[in-house]
Design a protein around this ligand. Structure first.
Ligand code: NI
Ligand code: MN
Length: 226
């Protein structure tokens, strides 16, 4: 399985011939190495309904007939825009033909902004567990630190965990380092930093804060092969 990082919270998983894209924020993402015209996801998984996560989902999904997996509210809303969706919710897992997906809790918001300044409810934000080829990847989405991360790691021994470290909207480096201790993933990769001024962080400082965990900074385009 090949897992690549593409700036902000964009993660691409390639497994058994399928391409799965998590939180494909490409247009307007100054840090990403991806181009909307070049990615061909079979599947898009969304952690929550914020622009810097939903990103180019509708355009990509329509163009490539990708399946969009998200919480029920986000899936319903995007389904109305002509996208093929599969709604799930926190605590639920589903076995797809490309792997198993489970949504986990996250402490954050989730909404869509309309042009006439309304907020459309995007349900509860989530973290994402992706399991295939005997490996488990955790993408925490946007979240603050919570003690049940320990439970996630106990129930699903993690090979790789992507954790937000940007602070302001999510955990900062210190809390994310504590989260890494709770999760006990084999490899921890920081995400959701440096995209906007309020989330400027040095990811190497986060790595230094890790105690027993193996942290790895991935530059946009870099990948892990597990
Ligand atoms: Ni968010
Ligand atoms: Mn975000």
């Amino acid at each position: 399985m090949k897992i690549s990082y593409h700036g902000h919270s964009v993660v691409k998983i390639e497994t058994e011939g399928k391409t799965i894209l998590i939180d494909p924020f490409i247009t307007g993402n100054q840090l990403t190495d991806l181009k909307v015209g070049d990615v061909k996801p079979d599947v898009i998984i969304l952690s929550h309904g914020h622009d810097d996560h939903v990103g180019d989902t509708v355009e990509l999904a329509k163009k490539h007939n990708s399946l969009v997996i998200a919480n029920f509210e986000v899936a319903t809303y995007l389904g109305w825009q002509g996208v093929k969706t599969h709604g799930m919710h926190i605590g639920g897992a589903y076995q797809f033909d490309f792997g198993r997906v489970k949504l986990t809790q996250a402490f954050h918001g989730s909404s869509f902004e309309t042009e006439d300044k309304q907020l459309i409810d995007g349900g509860m934000p989530a973290g994402i567990l992706f399991m295939n080829e005997g490996k488990t990847i955790y993408h925490a989405g946007d979240t603050g630190l919570f003690s049940d991360m320990k439970l996630i790691g106990e129930r699903h021994p993690l090979d790789v965990a992507f954790l937000p470290i940007g602070d302001n909207f999510t955990m900062g480096p210190e809390d994310a380092a504590y989260a890494a201790q709770l999760l006990k993933a084999k490899i921890v990769v920081p995400m959701h930093y440096n995209t906007f001024p309020p989330i400027k962080q040095d990811p190497h400082k986060f790595i230094q804060l890790l105690e027993a965990q193996n942290g790895q900074v991935l530059q946009p385009g870099e990948y892990l092969e597990i």
